[in-house]
Each structure stands twice: as structure tokens, then as C-alpha cells.
Ligand binder design. Structure first.
Ligand SMILES: Cc1cc2nc3c(=O)[nH]c(=O)nc-3n(C[C@H](O)[C@H](O)[C@H](O)COP(=O)(O)O)c2cc1C
Length: 186
């Protein structure tokens, strides 16, 4: 099972880093898989810790992909990396084993603390659409404009029917990034 989370880490200089990451969860094992190069990877290798934030505010996902990484934080219980203030729940993890790889190392982690902060209020198709559009934005240089346009046309159906304010803000940030990328193409 892969859960789309926001991973918060801390650099050797004490700088906070926030990045969306799909975490593989097998029982009580959490695997972070950052593609090189990655600030998250550098930070986890140094601190051996991270916070996995479970978050339904999709502005954070879209924001991180469009240069908006300044989200409210608070202190974690057991580790130095902070918790995202809007997280519904979070897990503080510690690295137990690393499988190195030139493309995508595997960071096997175990939980050292977990907490719930707010209820999960159900699935929302616009949130799913924003997550998928954010993944497209993270692959803009690998995908054709035609592929992106056809995926967005499908995602827009559920988005238009179900979006609230947060989802619309997040979607607009992503569409602006796609327009900017397309405008810069020859
Ligand atoms: C929903 C979602 C899941 C993602 N999962 C991963 C992942 O598992 N590994 C990864 O390297 N990047 C993933 N990305 C892209 C990263 O968030 C983005 O490239 C980020 O800048 C990672 O690099 P960093 O550690 O240097 O910040 C994901 C993006 C989204 C929107």
C-alpha cells in the first residue's frame, strides 16, 4: 500500500524541508523512496529521521510542487523534524535500514511516535484530481503536452463536480505551472 504523504525533514544546518512523497507501508514498516537528487534524501541520511504527515489540505501538495513550501509547522514529540500544523495525523519515523540505489534508494523506517489531530472526513474526488495533477507537474519534463492535456481533461470532470476553495486554489497553482512550462516550449 502506498500512502501519499507530506514528508518533513531537517537539514544538517537545521533548515526544514517539506516534500510530497508516496510512502510504502507494509505492516509496521515505512519505506521512503526519494529519486536522486533529493533534499529529503540528504536530510534523512543525515538525521536518520523524518515525519510522515497525513494531510487532506491539497494546497500543501500543489504548493510544494509550485515553489510554495512555507507551511505552518509545530514541534514533533520524539525527533527534531517538525510536524505540519494541518496534518490530520502524523508518524515520526527513524531509519532502520537503507537499500542504496543510484536512482531511487529505499529508506526503511520504523515508527517512534504517532498521533491523531483531526478526523478524516471522507474521500473527495477533487483532492484526488489535485494529487494526480501534482504528479503530472512533477513529471512535466518527461511527458508530452498531449499526454498532460488528455490526463487533465479526465481529472477535470471529478474536480469540477466536487472541488471546494482549497482544491480550487491548489488546482490553479498547478495549471499556472503547466501553462508556464508549455509557454516555454519551442
Ligand atoms: C503525490 C506525490 C507523490 C510523490 N512521491 C514521490 C516519491 O515517492 N519520491 C520522490 O522522489 N518524489 C516524489 N514526488 C515528487 C516530489 O515531491 C518532488 O519532486 C520533490 O521536490 C522531491 O524532491 P526533494 O526531496 O528534493 O524535495 C511526489 C509528488 C507528489 C505530488
Amino acid at each position: 500500500m502506498i500512502q501519499e504523504t507530506i514528508v518533513t525533514t531537517i537539514s544538517p544546518d537545521g533548515l526544514v524541508h517539506i516534500a510530497p512523497m508516496g510512502i510504502h507501508i507494509n505492516g509496521d514498516e515505512y519505506i521512503i523512496l526519494p529519486f536522486r537528487p533529493s533534499t529529503t534524501l540528504v536530510n534523512v541520511l543525515h538525521s536518520q529521521t523524518a515525519v510522515l504527515n497525513y494531510c487532506d489540505d491539497v494546497r500543501v501538495f500543489a504548493g510544494c510542487l509550485t515553489g510554495r513550501r512555507d507551511w505552518p509547522l509545530r514541534a514533533a514529540e520524539k525527533i527534531s523534524a517538525p510536524v505540519l500544523a494541518c496534518a490530520l495525523a502524523h508518524t515520526e519515523v527513524q531509519v532502520i535500514r537503507i537499500e542504496d540505489d543510484p536512482v531511487r534508494p529505499k529508506l526503511f523506517c520504523t515508527a517512534v511516535h504517532s498521533a491523531h489531530h483531526a478526523p478524516f472526513t471522507g474521500f473527495n474526488r477533487a483532492q484526488f484530481a489535485v494529487l494526480e495533477a501534482a504528479i503530472l507537474v512533477s513529471r512535466l519534463t518527461m511527458l508530452s503536452q498531449e499526454k498532460i492535456a488528455s490526463e487533465l481533461a479526465y481529472l477535470r470532470i471529478g474536480f469540477d463536480k466536487t472541488a471546494g476553495d482549497r482544491e480550487r486554489v491548489a488546482w490553479d497553482w498547478l495549471m499556472a505551472a503547466i501553462d508556464e512550462h508549455n509557454g516555454a516550449q519551442p
